[in-house]
Design a protein around this ligand. Structure first.
Ligand code: NAD
Ligand code: UDP
Length: 368
């Protein structure tokens, strides 16, 4: 499992250890999020999971590890939007060039590959190009995203936001072509905003002070510091959020059912959990007040422009509703957890894990 030390990887390692008999070779440049599983492995997991600290950009051990495994799961990526327009080269190298040897070694050694792509390959919806109050915007065929039918619609090259989506699209096409021409057994996963504990970092606590993580961690950070949540360009973009533990069940079904998963691209999301970013901010503010016992601020949100928040070249996906037909038919998977419940669990975790550390960091910063 490459990228095993990240958010999704840490949950997948836990699940595989707790509920299956698989053995995992966990590859990453860091292991903080899976330290409890690998450093050292607890006695009951001895021999079932090992950590291999390596950077897949430049490490000759990669092919040997892929040869040792029956299945390679590639999660490694730069996947935080703040990087797409500010570090487009790193983003393109990470999501396309660095993934090439993984695909090549799997294909040459006849090994199965589950490759993590993104819902962002869909880009913008067809409906987003219609006038704001056009009735067709309400028709599902103008916004529901289908693996085998929907086009991939990105903005112009100067909008470097799309560097990530474009690199992911090209690696998807390469994996697909390896399947078609060389018989690679592959599955491509398109996650739609999986969220939960251990996602990203809290700036200044377990990540850089100036770092900008994805929205769950940005808003958690604001709530922990009792500062207003920042709504980019009015917070009008819409997202569907799925609980990480539901989504991991879909991945385990893919692992366990190669005959039903190979050759497919799967949307993995929760179409019932749609909100605008503004609504998400409102819900997180309310839920955090309940779990922390702290009253919300008088002014809990503020508007910021995308160029202030992300810099030049930012652009956004307007709406992301996954079509669930293929994953339903092939794997019988359905998400379960409503947004309110998953926010309660996640914000309880954020409060317990970070509140004291944030307080300490803030008092050190004000003293210096
Ligand atoms: P993450 O950043 O938490 O995990 C990625 C991991 O890959 C990190 O631990 C990182 O250290 C590792 N990594 C990156 N480059 C590496 C390299 N060169 N060598 C070794 N390790 C390397 O992100 P995540 O949310 O767990 O996402 C995992 C995958 O799922 C990514 O491919 C991402 O594009 C995709 N994805 C996730 C979401 C989501 O909702 N979380 C949405 C869309 C796509
Ligand atoms: N966003 C926001 N405030 C923040 C962080 C993000 O308004 O502090 C918005 C961002 O512009 C986007 C949405 O939240 O519209 C989701 O952003 P995220 O970083 O989670 O990634 P995305 O879903 O765009 O891949």
């Amino acid at each position: 499992m490459i990228g095993a030390g990240g958010f999704i990887g840490s949950h997948l390692c836990e699940k595989l250890m707790a509920e299956t008999h698989h053995t995992v070779l966990a590859v990453d440049v860091y292991c903080d999020k899976i330290r409890h599983l690998v450093d050292p492995a607890p006695p009951h997991l001895a021999g079932r999971i090992s950590f291999h600290r390596l950077n897949i950009k430049n490490d000759s051990r990669l092919e040997g590890l892929i040869k040792m495994a029956d299945l390679t799961i590639n999660l490694a990526a730069i996947c935080t939007p703040a990087d797409y327009n500010t570090r487009p080269l790193d983003t393109i190298y990470s999501n396309f060039i660095d993934a090439l040897p993984v695909v090549k070694y799997c294909s040459e050694n006849s090994k199965r590959l589950i490759h993590f792509s993104t819902c962002e390959v869909y880009g913008k919806t067809i409906g987003s190009f219609l006038p704001k109050d056009h009735p067709l915007r309400k028709e599902p065929e103008f916004y529901v995203l289908k693996e085998d039918e929907s086009p991939c619609i990105f903005g112009p090259i100067v909008k470097q936001r799309w560097s990530y989506a474009c690199a992911k699209q090209l690696i998807e096409r390469l994996v697909f072509a390896e399947g078609a021409e060389n018989g690679l057994d592959f599955t491509i996963v398109r996650p739609f905003n999986w969220i939960g504990p251990r996602m990203d970092f809290i700036p200044g606590v377990d990540g850089p002070s100036e770092g900008v993580p994805r929205v769950l961690a940005c808003f958690s950070n604001n709530l922990l510091r009792r500062e207003p949540l920042k709504l980019v360009d009015g917070g009008q973009s819409q997202r569907t959020f799925v609980y990480i533990k539901d989504a991991i069940e879909a991945v385990v079904l893919m692992i366990e059912n190669p005959a039903r998963a190979n050759g497919h691209i799967f949307n993995v999301g929760n179409p019932n959990n749609e909100v605008t970013v503004r609504e998400l901010a409102q819900m997180m503010t309310e839920v955090y007040a309940n779990v922390s016992g702290e009253a919300p601020l008088d002014e809990p949100m503020i508007d910021v422009s995308s160029s202030q928040f992300y810099g030049e070249g930012y652009d956004d996906s307007d709406k992301r509703i996954p079509d669930m037909t293929i994953i339903n038919k092939q794997l019988g998977w359905n998400p379960k957890t409503p947004l309110k419940d998953l926010l309660e669990t996640t914000l309880t975790y954020q409060h317990k894990t970070y509140k004291e550390a944030v307080k300490r960091q803030m008092s050190q910063a004000s003293a210096s």
